[in-house]
Design a protein around this ligand. Structure first.
Ligand code: CA
Length: 233
């Protein structure tokens, strides 16, 4: 089935170029020129991915990305930001806002389509029952169990409920930088008062659990930002 890609871009020429490129890549583009139109498109149909321009009239794309990440309806839609600026600061603030990837203008159609496919592949690994597999690590969502497959044999990895929730969140949001505040919000829930260093304690426990299987390096520290789970270690 064709994937629907929402394009949020105020410049008509670039929007048309993106729509053309997406059709060429066998995607179905949905088009919006600003935040308001984007909300209308999302209400009509939940897109499989959003291409979001950094500079939009009446607010930055970054604010929009933050808002979508807070909303249960749009929380899990992958977002790729289009930016004319390549500065590291912008990337970090975008990643903290929950953006999945960046494409810096000017970009080739081939590069854009490759990024879209990579981000879609990543988000598809998350099955409906909560099962997810990255590299040698797998979660059986129905059984609430974690396995490491070493030399073709799946070995169960026992872990506490918080480590399980943390790992599950990491694996369903792989390759994204997660701030401590985001992890507290998503894994512990916003209602409970927990200090940010609690996150560090559970990260340490999770790594210790994965260590005997040689998988602890999948939980990566991102200096000055937070943590990231990655299958590419
Ligand atoms: Ca723009």
């Amino acid at each position: 089935m064709q994937k629907h890609i929402l394009v949020v871009e105020d410049e008509p020429a670039i929007r048309d170029m993106l729509a053309y490129a997406l059709r060429k890549g066998d995607f179905a583009p949905l088009l919006a020129g600003d935040a308001r139109e984007a909300q209308v498109r999302i209400a009509e149909r939940i897109p499989d991915l959003i291409l979001l321009d950094w500079m939009l009239p009446g607010g930055s794309g970054l604010e929009l990305a933050r808002r979508w990440r807070r909303d249960a309806l749009t929380r899990d839609i992958p977002i790729i930001m289009l930016t004319a600026r390549g500065e590291e600061n912008d990337r970090v603030s975008g990643l903290e806002a929950g953006v999945d990837d960046y494409v810096v203008k000017p970009f080739s159609t081939r590069e854009l389509l490759a990024r879209i496919r990579a981000v879609l592949r990543r988000s598809r690994d998350d099955d409906d029952d909560g099962s997810v597999k990255i590299g040698a690590l797998a979660i059986d969502g129905a059984a609430h169990r974690v396995f490491a497959t070493i030399d073709g044999t799946p070995q169960p990895i026992p872990m506490g409920p918080t480590e399980y929730r943390l790992l599950h969140y990491f694996m369903t949001h792989a390759d994204r930088v997660q701030t401590r505040a985001q992890l507290l919000d998503q894994v512990w829930g916003g209602s409970v008062y927990v200090e940010e260093r609690t996150v560090d304690v559970h990260i340490r426990r999770l790594r210790k659990t994965l260590e005997p299987h040689g998988l602890d390096a999948m939980v990566q520290t991102v200096r000055g930002a937070g943590y990231r789970f990655s299958g590419a270690t």
